[in-house]
Design a protein around this ligand. Structure first.
Ligand code: GTP
Ligand code: CA
Length: 494
């Protein structure tokens, strides 16, 4: 017993020491309380404006996939370019969504929350028609945003190139492709390699963006990025006037005749009718060159619902007769061969989703069959089946389906590469679109090089500390029991 006393005390101190060490290590290294940051981006598109609110933990700013969309507020009414006759009202239209942002973002964060507005093809077209009015519309939205409690960072018309690039950055960031593509992750088995191309179909323009190994023959279509320690050679093109609304105008303008008040149109379901003012039709710079001076003031479109005739009509809006490069998509625009997987969003998704073609991979032939069947349905039946959908959207699915198939065909998608396209609405809760990429870039949240990171996560570190402490305790206990055993046996205790 005289020998056990000091040993027991020593053991107790040892155990206490290990416990204290573990507690100190865990407390000292416990993660700081999460400091959330917010950012707001307004997507002022040709057909409508959406206000996106993003949130991310400040400590993880440079990780990939940490920014989350917490809200999309759709602004009532049409896009800001539709306010060309009353520019002051463009800013007022944003007020309700900005009030919503004020409610969602904690007051303590308002002053540090950046707000960006990017306008796309609708405003590009308005600037072509009347640059002074376009400036007035921008000044009006700027006024509203400046008077919000947030940190206003600018309202501008982004270029088609930026729109393509930021859409590509958004989807690859959300899909986690940048870190997977880094050299460090590529050595891991089963890691998904490469990036996904981006296909965006808006109302007034459409973008195609993808990584290419080929020589990009026209400088305007070439982008070079260095992201998370890897370089990317990216092809991008934005076709102004080839968004789905402007493409429909082009298609109508191409078949207008001098006198006829009615226009039979195979791209609308039979039994559907719509009146179109020719002044409105020709107000777009996309079709102003096609104006027929003798056209009546109003024409009535009457649908005949014929897929094949619609396809022939849609094809008239693409020019495939000239190309001064080794390969073109259409209208003399260079495009290298398609490469890799593609994510298709905006109207590509809206239309395919309506036709129930997004959930699983469907062959190109089945997609054509589905569009053909939809086009041949009488309007009354279409309405009966999906009456709750806005009439503008519902009436245009036949045209849009045919248009999407024609556009993707000209990009070079065939029966086998069709399988590489995924139609995307949201990715992990965030909308696919250019806005997130725009904010990531302007807030410097995407580093050129891989940020240094500790070899162990906090959880891993604490786990290891606890494991080794328990292990040491176990060794100590075993030694102690082994050392005591003869004595215990001697005394007949054990
Ligand atoms: N079916 C359907 N169509 C929609 C929906 N939202 C928008 N659209 C239409 O789809 C087309 C593309 O919409 P967006 O992607 O919002 O286009 P945008 O951003 O306004 O236009 P851009 O400035 O060219 O990018 C337009 O013709 C819209 O009218 C929807 O929820 N369902
Ligand atoms: Ca858009």
């Amino acid at each position: 017993m005289e020998q056990e006393g000091p040993l027991f005390i020593l053991g107790v101190f040892f155990v206490l020491g290990i416990v204290a060490l573990t507690v100190v290590a865990v407390l000292q290294n416990k993660p700081l309380p999460e400091n959330l940051k917010y950012g707001i981006v307004l997507d002022a598109g040709s057909s409508h404006t959406s206000v996106y609110i993003y949130r991310w933990p400040a400590e993880k700013e440079n990780d990939t996939g940490v920014v989350q969309q917490v809200e999309e507020c759709k602004v009532e009414g049409n896009g800001i370019s539709s306010y060309h006759e009353k520019p002051v009202e463009a800013g007022l239209s944003l007020q309700a969504c900005m009030n919503k942002a004020r409610d969602i973002i904690p007051v303590s964060k308002h002053k540090e929350t950046p707000v960006y507005l990017g306008a796309t093809a609708g405003m590009r077209l308005l600037r072509l028609t009347n640059s002074r009015v376009a400036d007035e519309v921008l000044a009006s939205v700027e006024n509203t945003l400046r008077s919000s409690p947030f940190d206003f960072q600018g309202a501008r018309i982004i270029t088609g190139q930026e729109e393509g690039a930021y859409g590509w950055i958004t989807i690859n960031y959300l899909l986690g492709n940048f870190i997977h593509s880094s050299p460090w992750f590529n050595i891991m088995p089963n890691s998904k390699e490469g990036t996904s191309g981006a296909l965006d179909l808006g109302g007034a323009s459409t973008q195609i963006t993808f990584v290419s190994d080929e020589n990009i023959e026209s400088q305007d279509n070439s982008l070079r990025f260095r992201l998370y320690g890897k370089s990317y050679n990216v092809y991008t093109h934005s076709f102004l006037c080839y968004g789905k609304d402007q493409a429909l105008r082009l298609q109508l303008a191409n078949t207008m005749t001098g006198q006829n008040i009615t226009l039979l149109d195979p791209c609308f379901n039979s039994g559907y009718m719509r009146n179109v003012s020719t002044a409105d039709l020709y107000s777009s710079p996309c079709v102003s060159g096609l104006r027929i001076l003798t056209a009546p003031q109003t024409i009535q479109i009457q649908g005949t619902g014929n897929y094949q005739l619609c396809k022939n009509k849609v094809q008239t809006i693409f020019n495939v007769s000239h190309c001064s490069y080794s390969r073109c998509s259409f209208n003399g625009i260079f495009q290298p061969g398609l490469q890799g997987e593609f994510g298709a969003f905006s109207a590509f998704y809206f239309v395919m989703d309506f036709l129930k073609l997004t959930k699983e991979k469907v062959s190109l032939d089945s997609v054509k069959d589905t569009v053909e069947r939809h086009c041949s349905k009488p309007w009354a039946e279409v309405k009966r089946e999906s009456g709750r959908i806005k009439e503008k959207y519902l009436s245009e699915y036949c045209f849009s389906g045919v248009y999407i198939l024609s556009l993707l065909d000209l990009y070079g998608f065939n029966s086998s590469s069709w399988e590489d396209i995924t139609f995307l609405g949201k990715i992990h809760g965030s909308d696919a679109g250019w806005t997130l990429g725009y904010m990531l870039n302007l807030t410097n949240m995407i580093p050129a090089e891989l940020p240094p990171s500790p070899p162990l996560s906090h959880g891993g570190y604490v786990g290891l500390m606890v494991f080794f402490s328990v292990f040491l305790l176990f060794i100590l206990l075993t030694c102690w029991l082994t050392f005591r055993k003869p004595k215990c046996l001697q005394k007949g205790i054990i």
